[in-house]
Design a binder for this molecule. Structure first.
Ligand code: ACO
Length: 330
C-alpha cells in the first residue's frame, strides 16, 4: 500500500471534523463530494448556504452529508468573538473588531478549532498562504514547546532506492522566510516527528548548506553548523548531521568522501534547507524536473492541523490534504 493509501485508510477510521474554509470554490466542492463518498472525514464547508448550494446544483455536485456553516450568521459568533478577545486583548482587539473579523472564513475556521467545534482546517485554493496562516498562527498557535510553525513536503519517487523507500521529506518549504539557527534547529526536530507520524520513517536528517564539514567558511554556513548543534541538544536521540551539501546527503560515495563517519551522509531521508528560498525552489525543481509527486505543504508545529493549499491545486490535492489533515489531528 503506498503512503497516500495508508493515510486515506487512517483518515477513514478517524472520522475527524475538517473545515474547508473556501466553501464556494469549485474544486473544494468537487473534493467534498469525493471525501464524503470515500468517507474520509466529516466535512464542514464555510460560506453562504445559498451560494454553495447554487454552485453544487449548477455543477451537478452532490455535497449531501457536508455541514454548511455561514460565518456571517452562525450562532457561535459571540462565543468565538469572546475567545478572540481573550487571546488578543493585549493587542487591543475589541469585541466589535472580533465580530467583524469573524465574517472572514479564514478567521472563523481557526476559531472553530480553538472552540473545539472542528479538528482541522484547509484553505488556500483561492487565498494566499499568508492570509491562511496569519489567523491560524494568531488563534490556534503552536504546540507546547514549539515556537516555529513550518511546512514540509513529502516527495514521492518511483525509484524506491531514493530516500526512505522512495520518500524524501523536505523542510521548511512553506513558512519561515529566513529562520535563525534556533528556529532552523526546531524545524529539523519537528520535521523528524512529522516524518515518523505520517510515514513511519526513522529520521536521518541532513542539514543542508553549500558547504560540507567546513569546506567553505561563511556566516550562512555557520548558521547551519550552529543549527545542527542546537538540534542535537534539543533531540539527542535523533540521527542528524550537517552542515552538508545535497550530494553528500544523498550519494553514498560522495557522502563517505566529504563526510566520512557520518551517520546521515549518503542516506538522508529528511532534507532541512537553510531557508525558505532554497527549500521552496528546491522542492519545485525536484517536482518539475525529476517528476516526483509533491505532497504538501503539510504544516507542522501548530496546536491543531491547519493546512494551506496551492492556488494551482487539483481536486485530488484537496482530497489528499483532507486525509492528511485528519491524520494529523489524531
Ligand atoms: N511560527 C509561529 N508563529 C508565527 C510564525 C511561525 N513561523 N510566523 C509568525 N508567527 C506569529 C507571530 O508571532 C504573530 O503572532 P502575534 O500576532 O500573536 O504576535 C503572528 O504569527 C503574525 O505574525 P506576523 O509576523 O505579524 O505575520 P506575518 O505577516 O509576517 O505573517 C507568515 C507570517 C504569514 C507566516 C509570513 O511569514 C509569510 O508570509 N511566510 C511566507 C509564506 C509563503 O509565502 N510561503 C511560500 C508559498 S507556500 C508554497 O509554495 C508551498
Amino acid at each position: 500500500m503506498d503512503l497516500l493509501e495508508q493515510i486515506r485508510k487512517r483518515a477513514q477510521m478517524l472520522q475527524m471534523r475538517i473545515v474547508l474554509a473556501e466553501g464556494t470554490e469549485l474544486r473544494t466542492l468537487l473534493a467534498t463530494e469525493i471525501c464524503i463518498h470515500e468517507n474520509l472525514a466529516k466535512i464542514i464547508l464555510l460560506g453562504n448556504f445559498q451560494s454553495i448550494h447554487e454552485i453544487a446544483v449548477r455543477e451537478g455536485i452532490n455535497i449531501q452529508g457536508a455541514e454548511i456553516i455561514d460565518p456571517r450568521t452562525s450562532s457561535k459568533r459571540e462565543q468565538y468573538a469572546q475567545i478572540m478577545v481573550e487571546i488578543r486583548r493585549n493587542k487591543g482587539l475589541t469585541i466589535e473588531d472580533a465580530l467583524e473579523s469573524l465574517n472572514d472564513p479564514l478567521v472563523f475556521g481557526p476559531l472553530m478549532i480553538k472552540a473545539g467545534d472542528a479538528d482541522g482546517e484547509i484553505a488556500g485554493a483561492i487565498n494566499a498562504t499568508g492570509d491562511v496562516l496569519r489567523p491560524a498562527l494568531q488563534y490556534v498557535k503552536t504546540l507546547p514547546g514549539v515556537t516555529v510553525v513550518s511546512g514540509v513536503f513529502f516527495m514521492l519517487f518511483k525509484d524506491k532506492s531514493i530516500g526512505e523507500n522512495g520518500i524524501l521529506v523536505f523542510a521548511d518549504c512553506a513558512v519561515m522566510p529566513d529562520p535563525d539557527e534556533r528556529q532552523l534547529a526546531e524545524i529539523a526536530v519537528t520535521t523528524a516527528k512529522t516524518a515518523r507520524s505520517i510515514a513511519n520513517i526513522e529520521p536521518r536528517i541532513a542539514m543542508l548548506s553549500f558547504s560540507t564539514k567546513g569546506s567553505a567558511q561563511h556566516p550562512l554556513v555557520n548558521k547551519v553548523i550552529n543549527a545542527t548543534r542546537i538540534a542535537r541538544e534539543l533531540a539527542p536521540e535523533l540521527m542528524i548531521d550537517g552542515e552538508m551539501q545535497l550530494d553528500a546527503a544523498l550519494n553514498m560515495e560522495i557522502g563517505q568522501l566529504k563526510a566520512p563517519g557520518s551517520s546521515v551522509a549518503g542516506k538522508a531521508n529528511i532534507l532541512v534547507f537553510p531557508g525558505l528560498e532554497s527549500a521552496n525552489i528546491g522542492y519545485k525543481l525536484v517536482q518539475r524536473l525529476a517528476g516526483a509527486q509533491a505532497i504538501g505543504p503539510i504544516l507542522q508545529g501548530m496546536a491543531a492541523p491547519i493546512n494551506d493549499l496551492s492556488r494551482g491545486c487539483s481536486v485530488s490535492d484537496i482530497v489528499n490534504m483532507v486525509a492528511i489533515t485528519a491524520t494529523q489531528a489524531e
